[in-house]
Design a protein around this ligand. Structure first.
Ligand SMILES: [Zn+2]
Length: 241
């Protein structure tokens, strides 16, 4: 378990995402599996899996006649969008605390958190389950705000895949780094819910903003680390909020 390294797909994902976000590969560039496989020294199957994933995140789009093209966007937009999500989620948590969440809504949120605990207790964390439960918790948080306007704006912003609460989940270089980060994100979930249940609106807002803030830090961290494809690179954080 200790010192388990990245899978080939994760390496391809990290390498490509870093090149796209840093502008090394510019918008409009068509990506070819064969050339990428050669450049990254990774076989074609994981390259293909990474390309599909990046398309889901919105960093790539399908080109005419197949293949993928890098979407044009500015890094500043990614950072601003993540910041804005933090502001909206903070406001959602504050509203929920001020307006008082119903016992049913609190129970639903608590049961999602218990399921996340179960996923995290496993030796090999099922990232797909974590990711969908994390999304479910954030959706529940938006519902508890009892504001159709806020819920609509949050849905709009998290529809940008790189700004969703579950984006970039696999950006880590070690299994233990991933576990540590997910456990700390889960501790934030618990604290946010406690603040809402306790009607502590200021605290709920600050906690939810901080929870989203981790995402921004991780984008910056990702970009500040060159050579993620090398083995043994210092711990690379991830977006886990
Ligand atoms: Zn979260």
């Amino acid at each position: 378990m200790a010192h388990e390294s990245l899978t080939q797909t994760q390496k391809a994902l990290l390498g490509l995402r870093q090149r796209i976000l840093s502008g090394t590969i510019t918008g409009g560039t068509r990506l070819y599996e064969v050339a990428l496989a050669e450049e990254l020294a990774i076989s074609r199957t994981p390259i293909r899996a990474a390309l599909s994933r990046l398309a889901e995140e919105g960093l790539l789009e399908r080109g005419r006649g197949g293949g993928f093209v890098v979407r044009s966007f500015a890094l500043a937009d990614v950072v601003d969008t993540i910041d804005l999500r933090g502001v909206l989620e903070g406001t959602a948590a504050r509203y929920a605390a001020e307006r008082g969440a119903s016992p049913e809504d609190l129970a639903k949120a608590q049961s999602i958190l218990r399921e996340i605990d179960r996923v995290l207790a496993d030796q090999a964390i099922d990232m797909e389950s974590y990711s969908s439960l994390n999304t479910a918790f954030h959706n529940q948080l938006a519902r508890m705000a009892q504001s159709a306007t806020l819920q609509r704006e949050l849905a709009r912003i998290t529809a940008l895949p790189f700004a969703s609460p579950s984006a970039f989940l696999e950006d880590h270089d070690r299994i233990e780094t991933l576990q540590r980060t997910l456990i700390s994100a889960q501790a934030q979930h618990v604290a946010i819910l406690e603040a809402i249940a306790g009607r502590e609106s200021g605290r709920a807002e600050a906690l939810a903003r901080e929870h989203a803030r981790a995402a921004r830090r991780n984008v910056e961290f990702l970009l500040s680390h060159e050579g993620v494809l090398r083995e043994g690179v210092a711990s690379l954080a991830l977006l886990t909020d």
